[in-house]
Design a protein around this ligand. Structure first.
Ligand code: ATP
Length: 237
């Protein structure tokens, strides 16, 4: 049994079928990426795992328990945190207020304080600017804050949607090395990325999603070396 099992998922927005048969597994302690072009269905897949969308058919099983019919707050309570595409921060709230929103299901103040410290250790710039409003931050700092907010629920599974979007290559490397650090500390990570090269270099395992279906899978190095992946997603071939 894998930690997360997504089986033959189909998801629609009204008449538009966005996901048409996505299947993959995530093992505990690994970084798993979903790569694929714009509109392939990656974001829809993450939103379905989070409980923000309901599948038409298929299942999502976390630690042996089907979760695809549960409300989103229960899925969060089971340890699934989602840092959404576009970050969705509260621009007029401070760093610390945004981080505390990630802990809204918790009431253990000492634990929340120690997790705030952990986020500030991971991203010192957030600690230095904890009283500043999030809206004044650069894209990279906002991405750190979005990841930090997701970490405040102490997730077992951290889902990151396009963390490199709009970031410089150096900032992307910084974010990705933090993701590796989190994995090494035991957090399981499900990453959605259009930056296939950076994602595959980081991943223990990856899946290609094309037109709403999982079409290829392998370890990061296997997919980096696959001519089909090179041609379609790495700008080579
Ligand atoms: P991106 O990287 O652009 O987010 P993606 O792989 O994450 O791409 P999705 O955002 O999941 O893809 O979109 C899959 C399909 O569903 C696309 O055809 C998209 O146009 C459609 N879609 C997404 N959101 C909606 C919505 N709210 N209403 C209708 N169609 C939608």
């Amino acid at each position: 049994m894998s930690f997360l099992e997504v089986n033959d998922l189909t998801v629609a927005y009204g008449a538009i079928q966005a996901v048409r048969g996505v299947s993959f597994t995530v093992e505990k302690g690994q970084i798993v990426s979903l790569i694929g072009s714009n509109g392939a269905g990656k974001t829809t897949t993450l939103r379905t795992i989070s409980g923000l969308l309901r599948p038409v058919t298929g299942s999502v099983v976390l630690d042996g328990k089907p979760i695809h019919a549960l409300p989103a707050h229960e899925i969060l309570g089971l340890g699934v945190a989602h840092s959404p595409e576009g970050r969705r921060l509260f621009a007029r709230m401070t760093v610390e207020e945004n981080l505390r929103l990630g802990a809204y299901t918790r009431s253990d103040e000492p634990g929340i304080l120690s997790d705030l410290d952990r986020v500030y250790d991971l991203f010192p710039v957030l600690g230095e600017r904890r009283r500043n409003k999030a809206g004044l931050f650069s894209g990279g700092e906002q991405q750190m804050l979005a990841i930090g907010r997701a970490l405040m629920s102490r997730p077992k599974l951290l889902m990151l949607d396009e963390p490199s979007m709009g970031l410089s290559p150096i900032m992307t490397q910084k974010i990705f090395s933090t993701v590796r650090e989190l994995r090494d500390e035991g957090t399981t990570v499900l990453l959605v990325e259009q930056n296939a090269l950076a994602a595959l270099a980081l991943s223990d395992r990856a899946y290609v999603i094309d037109l709403g279906r999982t079409t290829l899978s392998g370890t990061g190095p296997e997919l980096l070396a696959d001519p089909r992946v090179q041609e379609a997603y790495l700008g080579e071939g």
